[in-house]
Design a protein around this ligand. Sequence first.
Ligand code: HEC
Length: 101
Amino acid sequence: MFASSSEAAEPAVDKQSGLVIAEGSNLVLAHCSACHSTSLITQNAMSKKRWLETIRWMQDTQKLWPLGDAEPVILDYLAKWYGPKESARRPPLAPHLMPKR
Ligand code: HEC
C-alpha cells in the first residue's frame, strides 16, 4: 500500500537454510531442520492442507514431535512462502497446453 517502489522486493533468504526470513522462519528452523535438509521444504510447494498432512505423516511415521503452539505459525509460514503459487513464478500454461483429464 505504502511501498515507495512499484515492484515488490524479493524476500530475504537465510543463506544457510535457504528459507525465506519472515514471521515463523525461526520456528521452522527450530522444528524442521533436525532430521533433514531444509531444501526438502524449499523445494516444495503445497497448500496449507497438504503441509498439514505432511506434518501429520511425519508425526505418525517419522517421530516428529507435537508442534503445539508453533504449529499454526509454521503452517502459515509454509503456506505463504512455499504454497502452490506457480503463477507467481511462471506464466500459466495456455489452455490448449493443459493436460487433458
Ligand atoms: C523427527 C524427524 C523429522 C522432523 C523434525 C521433521 N521431519 Fe520432515 N521428514 C522426516 C523424514 C524421515 C522424511 C522423509 C525423508 C526422505 O524421504 O528423505 C521427511 C520428509 C519431509 C518432506 C518431504 C515429504 C515428501 O512427501 O516428499 C517435507 C516437505 C518435510 N519433511 C517437511 C518438514 C517440515 C515442514 C518439518 C517441520 C514442521 C519437518 N519436516 C520436520 C522427518 C522429520
